[in-house]
Write a protein that binds this ligand. Sequence first.
Ligand code: AMP
Ligand code: GLY
Length: 427
Amino acid sequence: MVGRRVLVVGGGGREHALALRLAESASVGHVAVAPGNGGTVAPLVPVPIAADRVDDLTSFAVRERYDLVVVGPEAPLVAGLSDALAARGVPTFGPSAAAARLEGSKAYMKGVAERAGIATAAFGVFTDADEAARWIRSRPAPPVVKADGLCAGKGVVVAGDHAEAEAAARSMLVDGAFGAAGRTIVIEDRLEGAEASVHAICDGERFVVLPPVQDHKRIFEGDRGPNTGGMGAYGPAPLVGKALEARVAREVFEPALRQMAAEGAPFRGALFAGLMIAPDGEPALLEFNVRFGDPETEVLTALLDGDFGDVLAAAAEGRLDPTALVRSDRHAVAVVLAAHGYPGTVRSGDAISGLDAAARIEGARVLHAGTRRDGERLVTAGGRVLVVSATAATLRAARDRAYEAAACIRFDGMQLRRDIGHRALVG
Ligand code: AMP
Ligand code: GLY
């Protein structure tokens, strides 16, 4: 049998991990990545089309007879890439624009959660700054202020006091701090607890839950400093044990999929529930993302056995067999190596070395994110540069291997957190 031809859309560590995992699948014969990054080398094939060029990607996938397109980032999904491909008969792993509103509009997401009866923070939706201010003042604790639309992870203000929340609401609604994305805002009560990332692969109706993962969003150790896209992740996260995972399946994914189908927007693709687990163990939904997390994917792809290509194709074609996805009994840790200046203004063009030595560490894999080839050299070309992912029989061993591999890598200004997985490893 000639294997499936798969096109992965995106250029981060998530897409590198997905592409390599797909290339290992027996059912897959060819994997291209558009646009990819400095790590898109054989057996992966780079395609120089940016992830937001919906028409060009669609024509390319049709012309080159791709059997499956796997979309990494949210922006092309919200822009309708999945619909454009479906209209031309190309099976696509990733939701329609209508279903991608779960991430594209926080007000829509909160509405779906409310209609589906999913536990989530009390909220209000506002376009008027004075009304927003009145709501903020009416809450006993300072609430969280969020721009409704996509802001590349920057549109959320977890305010320290009421005045800061009010200022954030005014800057979005009056000063246009986030442009059109902030013309509507969601304000919600602040939840306390620990965050977890739980993903499900969905085919519109059926779903399979993936091992729970925990991300580390702050730039500095001890969860200090500004938020980032994610500085490292590990899984399975013991914070979400078997019983809690079953509740999340029953009380989050099941009602969400039923509600989306009832609203005429069945969800096909990776649905990522960002959860807050309260100190008493109660889960609440913070957000839905309509794609795999990054760096969560660099952990998840290391924790799944079986033919990943078959599973994603079945989900894309609406015939998912939830038993086809096999969880390994390994543990995985992914450590992000970020560029000088991240998450602020980053410097590019720093030469990277040590990748071969890192890849020789048992169980370790180096995934490229913001890298670029410059002749013979590999240089930094983005905020999150590389993600070192390692697996082992225990979380502790996976962590040690990831850091051993990370220690081989050098570039000027490299930043990493040394405490990835610490919450699960205390004591
Ligand atoms: P979001 O993009 O909505 O997940 O928000 C980004 C981050 O802000 C989350 O990962 C949390 O760390 C934080 N956050 C969002 N909503 C809340 C909330 N209601 N309570 C506490 N923290 C929140
Ligand atoms: N790591 C969080 C995200 O992908 O949104």
